[in-house]
Structure formats: C-alpha cells, structure tokens
Design a protein around this ligand. Structure first.
Ligand code: NA7
Length: 455
C-alpha cells in the first residue's frame, strides 16, 4: 500500500510512472491487519497470512507509526487514543489508500508461485495463480518489490516430550483469542512482543496462571500475581513442564511465541532474503535494495520500531530508484554502506539504542526523497517513553496518551481502561459510553451510582 501510494504521489507531481501490477493473495489489502478467523490454510488452501488476533490492540503508540502525509486527525476527524484496536488501524491504512485511486493496480486473490530472473534480458518473469479461477499466467517485469512481510511463517521449535502434552499447542500465528484460557494454566514460550501481549490477553480473560519461558533473558516486567517468568524448557512430561532451573509446573495450554522466519517460497535462493528477525538484515542496500540484484527490492524486511511511516520512507526511496531519480552507487560502495550500518547495528545494546538506530535509518531514507520529513527525534522520544511506560505498568501502559509530532494533537484517553475493555470493535472504540461502576472502582473513585445514592 505504501509503494502504490508512493508511485501515485509522484504521478500527481507530474512524473510519468511505470506500469504497475500488485499481486495480493488475500481477497483484500491490509496484509497483517487484514484479520481472519481462519488459521492454517485459507479458503483457497493457501497458508493463512495474518497473525492478527481478534482482540489485538496496537502495542505501540500510534504517534510512532503515523503517516506524515495522512494523519490520524485527517482520518478520524477528532483525537483518538494512542493505542487503537486492530480494526481502527486497518481503517486508517485503508482510509489513506482508498482516498487515492491505487486499488486498480491490485490483483486480489493472486498468489505468486515463482519468480525467475533472466540474466541476458535483465527481466523478471513472475508466475502467478489466480486463486479464484485456478488459472496461471506468467508476466515479465523490470523490477520486483517484495512487500509480503515476514511475520507470517512461524518459527516452531521442538522440545523433548512435547508430543505427550495433552492440551492445546498453538503458535502465536494461529492464536485468535484468549477467552478459552479463563481458569486455565497457560504457558507462553518466548520473551518478546507476542509472548508479552498474548500472556497479558490471557491474564485479562481470566487465566488462572500465566507463565512465560524465556531463552536468552526474561522480559523482567513487574508482573502481577498470577504471572511469572521461568527459564527455558528442559522437557515436557504429559501436562507437566520442567524448566531448566528445576521448577516444574502443570499446564492446560501452550502458546509458542517463538517468532517468525523470513520465508519466501516464491523466490529462488539467489533472490530470497535469509536473515534472523533484526533491525538490519544483511544484503539490503539502504535496507531495501537487494544487493545481489539491484532490480529487486524488499519493503519492511526489518524488525520494527517504526512501522507505517518507515514503510513509506522505504517505498518513496524505492520509487525514486525505479524512476531513475536516485542513482545507485557501485556494488563496492553499496557493500561499504551496508557494512557501516551493520557495524553500528552490532554495537546496539539496549532497546533505546535500537530506537535511535532505526530513527537514523528512517532519516537517511527520507532525506533522499520528497516524503515529508517529520521530527524523528521526537518520535524516538515517544518510543522511549513507551518502553518506560511498560516497565512502569505492563498491564496498563495502553492507557497512556502521547502527542502527535505531525499535528500537535494530544491523544484522547480511551473511554475505558484497556484492562476493562472487552469490546475491541471500531464502533465501540469511537463511541462515548457512560462511565460504568467497574471503571470508577478501577480508577479508585467512588462508583457514580453509590455517590448519587449517598447524596
Ligand atoms: P520475536 O520478536 O522475533 O521474538 C521471538 C521470541 O521467541 C524471542 O524471545 C526468542 O528468544 C524466542 N524464541 C525463539 N526460538 C526459541 C526457542 N527455540 N526456544 C525458546 N524461545 C525461543 O517474535 P514475536 O512474535 O514476539 O514478535 C514479532 C514481531 O511483532 C516483533 O518482532 C515486532 O516487530 C512485532 P531469544 O530472545 O531470541 O532468545
């Protein structure tokens, strides 16, 4: 969507743009944000793309991901909270793209099966299947941009004895909601965003206990009673899990929050990115140009602090390379640039360092293009406050509000504290319900009804 918008923006400024075809295997756009109840395979028999769950709310402040050229104010027409639910974020990205005429470029329900590169002709042949008709076709292109994301193919490790576990075992990719974990003892394997958020969802939905198992380091939040961290699993024995520190616990359900792999089944190895999930995958000049074939690009291949606005910065830069507005340096200079960034990347120690690193990366890209520059230092500051707010109160950090660097608008406090909010719909999000007793109690006030009674 960012790439289509980037080309459209150039066209509006009088540039001639190339013929564009966007193949999308889902029936609608939005990628990760295009929620489905399905898991495993979709209605066409394709692997389900999204890892989104029903009650997902943004886990980072929206002020960190806001588009510089389409703000939340413009979309919603009024301030909204800093952590919108998934439907509101889908609405926002759909709103921006729908305002333009770019849907015409998208061939929905088209799965790319294979991409070849002809070294003599210097063109790609893209083999694609129309999932609705079953017809296949092959088309030639000068450039290919891979924008298929990398949080789709789950990393699923094996643990000794796991095949004896009698309860449900799912990867976060297949998780759709925590309601069934009420009164259950739940184990989450992993110590990153998925573990933290799905564990919190389970707690919110009334799990009896929530246990996280970490490999490298615990998340270290100030967890409430009923939530705890344990080190790596040594083995499963039926419903009992033995951890490496000698502790054993019984569980009803296991959710593997063990991350995702870069997996591009439609690409030959000469074109496929192979990297751990990190903020600077190797072999991408300026984080987007495939070093081994400069006619090919990747968007959003990094692990992400910045998201939507970083994808924009990348798309604007890729567009300018394709339009010939930016000349790529020699292979040697590209390598030197990648090495310099990798050297910086190797020195990152804290989350805050990573934020600054990605801020510098986004700045470098925007400086190359006409994408509106915004106060990246201020956005880095918001990310750092967010990190701190989680350390302060991991269950309630979504109740904090931030100020947009794009518009100066301070977010509205959501009408209901996140821990009490059980309805994640857009309709509810934008409504103004009367304050209820639970909220009064939660916020330490005398319930309104009781106060009225007394008076
Ligand atoms: P992440 O952020 O890639 O994290 C994966 C986690 O899984 C991380 O804590 C890993 O531990 C852990 N992991 C991976 N393999 C294993 C094994 N074999 N055993 C135990 N633990 C393991 O994925 P998420 O799904 O949390 O987040 C996905 C993205 O969403 C994230 O990157 C953000 O951009 C938003 P490690 O620390 O590597 O030892």
């Amino acid at each position: 969507m960012a790439q289509l918008r980037a080309f459209e923006s150039a066209q509006k400024k009088g540039h001639e743009i190339p013929e564009i075809v966007c193949y999308e295997k889902q029936d609608d756009w939005g990628g990760q944000w295009n929620f489905t109840w399905r898991t495993g395979t979709d209605k066409y028999g394709e692997p389900v793309h999204t890892s989104m769950y029903r009650n997902l709310w943004s886990n980072g402040p929206k002020e960190g991901l806001e588009f510089a050229e389409y703000t939340f104010d413009e979309h919603f027409g009024r301030p909204v909270s800093s952590y919108p639910p998934r439907e509101a974020l889908w609405d926002y990205i759909d709103g921006r793209a729908s305002k333009s005429d770019v849907k015409k470029y998208v061939k929905f329900a088209h799965a790319v099966r294979w991409v070849d590169f002809d070294e003599d002709a210097k063109t790609f042949t893209v083999h694609v299947e129309n999932l609705r008709t079953g017809e296949t076709e092959s088309n030639e292109f000068d450039n290919v941009i891979v924008a298929s994301g990398h949080f789709t193919f789950p990393n699923v490790p094996h643990f000794e004895g796991i095949d004896t576990f009698p309860g449900q075992i799912v990867h976060a990719h297949e998780f759709r909601g925590a309601e069934s974990f009420a009164d259950k003892d739940v184990l989450l394997i992993g110590a990153s965003y998925s573990a933290e958020d799905i564990g919190t969802q389970a707690f919110k939905m009334g799990a009896r206990s929530v246990t996280f198992s970490y490999r490298s380091a615990p998340m270290g939040f100030d967890w409430p009673e009923g939530m705890e961290e344990q080190p790596l699993i040594e083995k499963f024995e039926d419903d009992v899990v033995h951890f490496s520190n000698g502790v054993s616990r019984k569980f009803d359900a296991v959710i593997m929050c063990t991350g995702y792999i870069h997996h591009y089944p439609f690409l030959p190895s000469s074109l496929a990115l192979d990297s751990p999930n990190n903020v600077y995958p190797d072999n991408l000049y300026r984080g987007v140009v495939w070093e081994k074939n400069n006619q090919m690009f990747y968007l959003g291949a990094q692990d992400q602090w910045f998201t939507f606005n970083m994808f924009d910065a990348q798309a604007w830069y890729v567009r300018d390379v394709i339009l010939g507005e930016r000349e790529l340096p020699s292979a040697q200079k590209q390598r030197a640039s990648i090495d310099a960034w990798l050297e910086r990347f190797d020195k990152l120690e804290t989350m805050e360092d990573q934020v600054d690193f990605q801020g510098a990366y986004v700045r470098d890209l925007i400086e190359q293009t006409d994408y509106p520059m915004f106060d990246l230092d201020a956005v880095c500051g918001i990310f750092k406050q967010w990190i701190q707010s989680k350390r302060d109160d991991i269950l309630n950090y979504r109740d904090v509000t931030y100020t947009s660097v794009m518009t100066g608008t301070t977010a509205e406090k959501h009408h209901t504290p996140w821990m009490l909010e059980l309805d994640s719909s857009l309709k509810r999000y934008l409504s103004t319900p009367a304050r209820d007793e639970a909220r009064d109690i939660f916020e330490g006030r005398e319930p309104a009804a009781k106060a009225a009674e007394r008076s």
